[in-house]
Design a protein around this ligand. Structure first.
Ligand code: SF4
Length: 239
């Protein structure tokens, strides 16, 4: 399953190797989570990540190539939560390896959806998330008092990894947070939209689309995404 591998490589190229901070995952560092979405009132907020019209992007990619994500880790490009004093641009990217080939495409699709939906099930205390699936953007309102208690990207990243790893097929997770003003958010947003387009194409394939590539409106995407055609033709042979 190589559908998202090129986006993972392009993301690495875009960010370069110089993350400001890197932490290996420690489950005990995970920030406390609440049972449901956090409400942080404006008067209690220190700032917003991706707020005030600042650029923002959010996506997650899975791969079976363990070399692309060899361990659990958290990377930060830009300032950490305790170093920010105002609304800043923001991107959050989750790259992860999964074990086992999926015998059935439905199973693969379900796994992708389950992993994608994790972002709606992580509720770090004092970290109010607003995610827009249509725009591939995410905003976070950060609570002042939780910042004073030591909230950091290491702790938030560990909370995400902990949640992803509840799925036994998820092996390694790299959580990437970006708050650097100089990062190319437009390119990151373009990657987020590519991820979305790949997942939507998979949905069409599962709905029993014909395999006439010459007249298919998804051809340009299949020309670029390694492995998409194989999934469609394999599926067609079975039906
Ligand atoms: S494999 Fe061909 S028919 Fe199937 S979605 Fe891609 S371009 Fe369309």
């Amino acid at each position: 399953m190589k559908l998202y591998d090129q986006i993972i490589r392009d993301t690495e190229k875009l960010l370069g190797c110089a993350a400001q901070k890197q932490w290996d995952y420690s489950p005990e560092k995970a920030w406390t989570q609440t049972k449901s979405s956090e409400l942080v009132l404006t008067r209690d907020a220190a700032y917003e990540l991706g707020g005030d019209g600042k650029p923002s992007a959010n996506y997650s990619c899975i791969t079976e190539d363990q070399a692309l994500v060899p361990k659990d880790e958290i990377l930060l490009y830009g300032r950490d939560l305790s170093e920010i004093n105002e609304d800043v641009p923001y991107a959050r990217i989750a790259l992860m390896t999964v074990s086992d080939m999926y015998d059935e495409d439905e199973e693969l699709y379900k796994a992708i959806r389950d992993i994608e939906f994790v972002k709606y099930r992580v509720f770090p205390k004092g970290y109010m998330l607003r995610t827009s699936p249509e725009s591939s953007k995410e905003q976070v309102r950060v609570d002042k008092s939780e910042l004073h208690r030591g909230m950091s990207f290491e702790a938030i990243g560990a909370a995400y990894i902990q949640k992803y790893k509840e799925n036994p097929r998820v092996k390694n997770v790299r959580m990437i947070f970006i708050t650097d003003d100089a990062a190319d958010y437009a390119a990151l947003l373009a990657h987020a939209r590519e991820v979305d387009a790949i997942t939507k194409t998979l949905t069409h394939i599962l709905e029993g689309f014909s395999t006439d590539c010459s007249s298919c409106k998804l051809k340009s995407l299949c020309d670029e995404v390694e492995g998409m055609r194989e999934i469609h033709f394999k599926r067609n042979k079975k039906s």
